[in-house]
Design a protein. Structure first.
Ligand code: ZN
Length: 455
C-alpha cells in the first residue's frame, strides 16, 4: 500500500505543510551503487565520496563526523543533520535528537540504503525549501551512521571481518540466547564498541533510535530477549496504531514474539541500556536485480513515509509533564499535571526548593500515564514551604529503568498567590507559616517551561 505523501499525516499533526505535497522525491538521485550479483552494492568508498560531498555542498545542515573505525580501519561515518545556524529551537529549548544506524549486516543492502536515503531525503528536501524538512531540521538533530559494518559490506557478508554477528555483540544480555557468532565478549568488535560509544557520548537524550536491516518487511520493538511486552508497551502500541492507520500496514511487533529469542542486539541495548524508544526497521528482501535498477526513493518510499512520521513526531516519544496547578489547602498539597507525551512515567516527584536552592521537600513518587491528566495529593507540613522558593519536577522520560531523568523548573506563569497577610509573611516568614492566614484556597497557577510543539 503506497500512500501519497500528502496523506502521511499522523493524528498528532494538524496538517502537513503545504509544500510537502509538492515535493517530488523521484527527482532525487538514484542509489549510487552498482548491481552486483542479485542486488545493488554500495561500497564504503562510494559512500565515503557521497557523505563528504554532502558535507562540502551543504555545510549549513551537514556536519560529517565519525563514530570510530571498523576492524580494518574504515571510518564509520555519521551524518549529522540539523540547521546548524541555530544551536537550539527558536524558543531556546534543546532540539530533539534522533539516532539512526544501518548496515550492521554487510549483505543487507536495502537496510543500509534506507539509512542513506533518510539522510539524503532531508538534504534534498531542505535544499528545495520543503517546509517539513525545514521544520524538522530547525527543531531536530538527526544522527545517521549509515554503514556500521563496512568490512562485511565490501565483501558481501552478514558478519564483520572477524566473522562476528555485530547485532549479537552488544552488552545487553550478551550471549544468553541460542545464537551464532556473538563474538568473544560483549563489544569485542570495534564497530559495536564505536556505536555504543557514540550513543553514550552524543545522543544520550535521543527520543528515537531506529536500526535498519533487511529480511522480512517488519518493524520490531523490544524485547528480543523476552516474549513479554516492554515497560513502554503503551508507546510502542500507540505508534503502531498510528502508523498502521495513517501510513502503511507494515507489521509492528515485539522482536521476540513469533520469531526467536535474540540477545545482545543493538535494539535491546538501545532500549534496555540507553532508554531510547527503539525499532529494528527491516525492509523486505526483494533486493535489486540487474536490469531492473529502480530509483531508491521509489523503492523505499513507503519505508521513508514511516521514517518521516517517526521523525516528525519525535517530540511525543517521551513523557512531557506540564504542571497545571499546585494548590495548598490546610496541610494538603494537590498537584494537577498533564502529560503531553505518549510515554508514561512511573517515577515522577515534585520538589520544593528554598531560596538558597536547597530541596526542602520532595513528594513521594507518582505515576502519570501517557496523554493523560493526573491529580495527586500529598499531606505536607506547611512550614517547610517558602514564598520565594521554587518548584522542580523530576521524572523519567519513559517507564524503562534506563530512561533519562529530567529535572524541570516549574515556571511561575501566573505567579500570584491569593493571600491575606495577618503577620509574619511580609517579614520573611514562610508562605505557609501558621501565622499566615490563607483566604480560601491558595492557588498557584504554574507552568513548566514548555517547549513549543514544533510541528
Ligand atoms: Zn540484519
Amino acid at each position: 500500500m503506497r500512500v501519497a505523501i500528502g496523506l502521511v499525516v499522523c493524528m498528532l499533526l494538524a496538517a502537513l505543510p503545504p509544500a510537502a505535497a509538492q515535493y517530488d522525491p523521484t527527482q532525487t538521485p538514484v542509489w549510487p551503487g552498482d548491481p552486483i550479483d542479485s542486488h545493488v552494492h554500495l561500497t564504503w568508498a562510494a559512500l565515503t565520496l557521497d557523505v563528504n560531498n554532502w558535507a562540502d555542498e551543504h555545510p549549513d545542515i551537514v556536519d560529517l563526523t565519525s563514530a570510530g573505525q571498523s576492524e580494518l580501519g574504515k571510518t564509520l561515518w555519521v551524518v549529522r543533520l540539523s540547521d546548524w545556524s541555530i544551536d537550539t529551537k527558536a524558543n531556546g529549548s534543546a532540539k530533539e535528537i534522533v539516532y539512526i544506524d544501518g548496515g550492521h549486516h554487510g549483505n543487507e543492502y536495502l537496510g543500509t540504503a534506507l539509512a542513506y536515503l533518510t539522510a539524503k531525503w532531508y538534504i534534498n528536501a531542505w535544499s528545495e525549501g520543503n517546509e517539513e524538512a525545514v521544520a524538522v531540521l530547525q527543531n531536530t538533530e538527526l544522527h545517521i551512521l549509515i554503514m556500521l559494518n563496512p568490512d562485511g559490506n565490501d565483501i558481501d557478508t552478514r558478519w564483520n571481518i572477524n566473522q562476528v554477528d555485530l547485532n549479537r555483540n552488544y552488552n545487553h544480555y550478551w550471549n544468553t540466547c541460542p545464537t551464532t557468532q556473538p563474538g568473544s565478549s560483549a563489544f569485542s568488535e570495534s564497530e559495536t564498541a564505536s556505536n555504543s560509544d557514540y550513543m553514550n557520548t552524543y545522543v544520550t537524550d535521543a527520543d528515537l533510535y531506529v536500526t535498519m536491516h533487511t529480511g522480512v518487511w517488519i518493524m520490531l520493538y523490544p524485547w528480543g530477549k523476552w516474549p513479554e511486552q516492554p515497560p513502554d508497551w503503551e508507546l510502542f502500541w500507540r505508534i503502531r496504531e498510528d502508523v498502521q492507520a495513517n501510513v502503511t500496514d507494515i507489521p509492528i511487533q515485539n522482536a521476540n514474539q513469533g520469531l526467536y529469542p535474540n540477545c545482545g542486539t543493538s535494539r535491546d541495548y538501545g532500549y534496555g541500556h540507553m532508554g531510547f524508544p527503539t525499532f529494528t526497521f527491516e525492509t523486505d528482501d526483494e533486493q535489486f536485480v540487474p536490469g531492473s535498477f529502480e530509483a531508491l526513493n521509489e523503492r523505499l518510499e513507503e519505508e521513508m513515509n514511516v521514517m518521516r512520521y517517526l521523525i516528525n513526531n519525535v517530540w511525543y516519544w517521551r513523557a512531557r509533564l506540564d504542571v497545571q496547578s499546585i494548590t495548598m489547602e490546610d496541610e494538603r498539597l494537590t498537584l494537577e499535571v498533564v502529560n503531553h507525551g505518549r510515554a508514561s512515567t512511573a517515577n515522577a516527584s515534585l520538589e520544593h526548593l528554598n531560596a538558597a536552592g536547597e530541596v526542602v521537600w520532595a513528594s513521594p513518587m507518582f505515576t502519570v500515564n501517557a496523554s493523560n491528566a493526573t491529580n495527586v495529593a500529598f499531606d505536607v507540613n506547611k512550614d517547610r514551604f517558602e514564598m520565594d522558593g521554587t518548584w522542580n519536577l523530576n521524572y523519567q522520560k519513559r517507564v524503562i529503568d534506563a530512561a533519562v531523568w529530567v529535572n524541570e523548573t516549574v515556571d511561575s506563569n501566573v505567579s500570584m498567590v491569593v493571600v491575606e497577610d495577618e503577620g509574619g509573611f511580609l517579614v520573611g516568614y514562610g508562605l505557609f507559616n501558621p501565622l499566615t492566614v490563607i483566604v480560601g484556597m491558595l492557588g498557584v497557577s504554574l507552568l513548566i517551561r514548555r517547549e513549543d510543539e514544533h510541528v
